[in-house]
Every structure is written in C-alpha cells, then in structure tokens.
Design a protein around this ligand. Sequence first.
Ligand SMILES: *Cc1c(COP(=O)(O)O)cnc(C)c1O
Length: 410
Amino acid sequence: MATINDNYLKLKAGYLFPEIGRRVNAFAEANPEANIIRLGIGDVTEPLPEACRAAMVRAVEDMGDRASFKGYGPEQGYNWLREKIASRDFQARGCEVDASEIFISDGSKCDTGNILDIFGKNNKIAVTDPVYPVYVDTNVMAGNTGTANDKGEFEGLVYLPISAENDFTAAIPDEKVDLIYLCFPNNPTGATATKEYLKSWVDYAKANGSIIFFDAAYEAFITDESLPHSIYEIEGARDCAIEFRSFSKNAGFTGTRCALTVVPKTLTAKAADGSDVELWKLWNRRQSTKFNGVSYIVQRGAEAVYSEEGQAQIRDLIAFYMENARIIREKLTAAGMQVYGGINAPYIWLKTPSGLSSWDFFDKLLQTCHVVGTPGSGFGAAGEGYFRISAFNSRENVEEVMKRIAQLQA
Ligand SMILES: *Cc1c(COP(=O)(O)O)cnc(C)c1O
C-alpha cells in the first residue's frame, strides 16, 4: 500500500487565504450589490513594462528561426542575465557577488522552499512571528517540525516575535539556531533593516555557524538611501547568507515568473562526518537535477529590466505603488489609526482600532466598507491585533477604499 508524507497532515490546511475567500464569498452572496475591493493578497496589478514585453516578443521570434532557436538552456540561467544581475544589482552596490554564484529560477517562493533540500534534518530553525507563511509550511512539509498548537505555532521551530515594541525587528536569540529566515523590506509588516541590524545577525551567524536565508523580494521598494538592499552589503555575509531575489514585485513578473538565488562559493555547512561542504555545489547539483531552467523568453524579459527603458519603466511602476502606499498611510493616520510600513515597502501594517482581533477587524472592514485586507494573525500568532493592507492596486481603488474608511470613522 502506498503511503503519504504524513508531514502534510500537520499543515494548517492553508488556513489564511481560503478563510478570507470563504468570508468574502459569503458576504458577496448576501450582498450582491456591494462593490467589494480587495487590498488583501500581495499580487501586483499593473501591466508588465513595455521593455520586458518587447524583449519577450523578440525572443519568441528567435525561437522561430533555426539559427537562433533555443532548446534546453543552462539550469542555472543564461550567463548574459547572470552577468547583468551580478554587476547591476550587486557589484554596483559594492557587493562581492560573481555571476557564477547567481542561480536563475522560476520564483523566490519556490527557492525559499526548495533550499531545504540541501540542509540536514536536525537544524534548529528560526522564523519571525508574524512571517511569510511559505517559510513555515515548507519546513513542516520537510519534516523539520512537530505539530501545531492552538495558536498555529509548530513545535520545534523557534519563533522570534516582532511587533511595534521592537520596531518589527527580531531580537538576536539567546539560544543557538542553525537556519534563520529574514525578509527585508518585510512582508507582511513593511519593516526595514538597517546595516547595523543586519550586521548583528551576520555576527551572530558567523559566531554560531548558522546560515541566514535573506529574502530581498522587496528591495526595489527601498526609498531610504541609508538602508541596505542586499545582505552582501554587510561584511562577512558571504560566509553565512543565501539571498533570494525576484522580478515578481519590482517588474510585475508574478505571472511571468523569474527570480534568482545567490549562493556564495565561500559558504559552507557541516556534513555528518564533521567536514565542511560548499553549499554552492549542493545547490548547483540540486538545480541541475530537479530544475530545467527558466524559459529563454522569460529570461530575455528579465534582462530587459536592466535596459535604460526598463529601468525607467520599473522606477515608474514602483513609484506608482509607493504613491498608493503613501495615500493609504496618510488617510489611515488621519482616520486615527496606528500604521507601520508603507515607506520602504508596498505593505501597510496597522494596529487594529479599539483592540479588535485581526479577524473581527477583517469582518468589520468587509461589512461596513466592503474592503478586503489580510488579518495579521494569519501570518503568525504575534500578528494578532494587526492587519495588512497592500498598496498593489489601481489608484482609483485605493482612493475609493480610503473614502470609505474615512466615512467609517466619521
Ligand atoms: C512575493 C514574495 C516573493 C516572490 O515570490 P515569487 O515566487 O518570486 O513570485 C518572495 N518572498 C516574499 C516574502 C514575497 O512576498
């Protein structure tokens, strides 16, 4: 008889977004005339930049000509794209990252989950609370946790609470952990990390032989020039960090799919016999075996992000979402709410008014304003009492939502 991976049974049944869907559908059915606006799920809304589309059209034509046709590409990605990323995203900011250390992929969601393939089963793993749910669920699937308690906390994980009290930046743990997930600018809180703060993590990781998984999916939204975009801006990070980046949020590739992971060749971890093994070799082996690369067409689209027109177009795209964020922050503040984030990230994280629970505020906003956001408790127990509003939407929708919320307060 075939058996299953029982770890999947420990998962909290993909609780958050299905539950949002259930409540929104029930409300829509009972109120068919309501114009519901969703500022919930973190997906982009604006069209793909013209430079990327034009490059992909040209790439499709390449595929139609025997001389320029492409079959299987390198599993790690085409060198012309890896070189551009290395020089423009890293070396230009003083980071010592070589093109050969960049692995092109179909997504950071995929990579942050798949990376566990190359790590052992006895690592102590730390996540912030609240957190991007993918980090937790992939560890559950991999068998790195026990079961969840009533609050949804999994036995075996180390939860580092983040809240307004610590500026949504976790304290360095007293205990020793082996793998640490950090995401800056942060989803869901919109918080950022200074160089000094990241340095304290790099020092901790080096002292303890830990590896930091640094998710920089939102680096393009940083407006404060003093903030680091990459963990490799911190001295010593090449010895303790893997960085994940994506074209999803900066260039609107959520449906097109292209991302990258940096695994420095200087990075090692221990084998069972105590020897040091280069993680680059393992990740290269893993990708070569289980992944067949991103399509040539899409990689040409991603390359166009680095062209002059591409740069101007993504700047406009980000500025558009960040103006949404500014409007949301300003109007919610004017409505008397306590808001965080939204300055260097497309997410606004608010303290629910009158001490309402995250889900009670969700229901209130849905019923009185016909607006959908994301309950903070869905990102972890410590997200209770908070609520996420996304700036990924049309200006019209954002303005309409703010009008409705202002009326709610009046
Ligand atoms: C959107 C997002 C990503 C990007 O994932 P892709 O698979 O590249 O689309 C990565 N990390 C976080 C925290 C995100 O919110």
